[in-house]
Design a protein around this ligand. Sequence first.
Ligand code: ADP
Length: 248
Amino acid sequence: MKRKDEIGKLAGHFTHMTRSLEQLEEMRQEFVSNVSHEMQSPLASIQGFSHTLLQADLPEEQRRHYLSIIEDESKRMSQLSKQLLMLASLDKEEAILEKSSFDVGDQIRQVLFMTEWSWREKELAIDMDIPSLMIFADSRLMQQVWINLLTNSIKYTDEGGTIFVRLKQQENLCVVEVEDTGIGIAEEDIPNIFQRFYRADKTRSRQEGSSGLGLAITNRIIAMHGGRIEVESELDKGSVFRVILPMM
Ligand code: ADP
């Protein structure tokens, strides 16, 4: 290691490689333990409630309540496994983008339409400035990005709030902003929100049936397109997520 020639360099590279491999192994173990933990809690509650339902002669109302918990928990598990499959396919080295030309404005408006019941239910106002803009990208994956950002802003904004969605072209870049007047994110949490399984507001995101995987998926898709995502947020004021993508 102390030699200044090629052998010394080689030894240095080996040490570096060993450290990276150790880190990778640690990350892998942490990921597996996170996944198991996330599966364990809905499974335990499904088991518990079905056991009670089998044992006891319960009033109809209570029975329905337990069944609806079982339904919610199995939906949560199904959503989790869908997201894990998506991450696994995006993680593959040979993950390919199926790019085509499409109108991203149209796509975002469709996602707003698809999620209408959830923002209407919370009486959120939608303020949009979404012109038509053609981009060359993987349309299925980009749709997932808008779904993730919009469902988050709906989820983390209290009743009566507003969500702003803006799309603009800046030279050869497409810029999309999803802004909300929601609960915001603490400064110390912002650097972590793109990590897998990270939840800033633990109680709320648990109740809302979230996984902490949405932004990790979003970030990965945008990076694969050569773009980036920026966040500005203030607790109790709201957040802005800005996606900046090359149009071609
Ligand atoms: P989740 O499924 O928990 O929403 P995400 O990966 O989409 O997972 O987001 C990670 C965390 O970032 C969330 O748990 C939440 O704490 C925070 N977050 C994401 N979007 C917003 C938002 N619009 N307003 C406030 N907090 C947000």
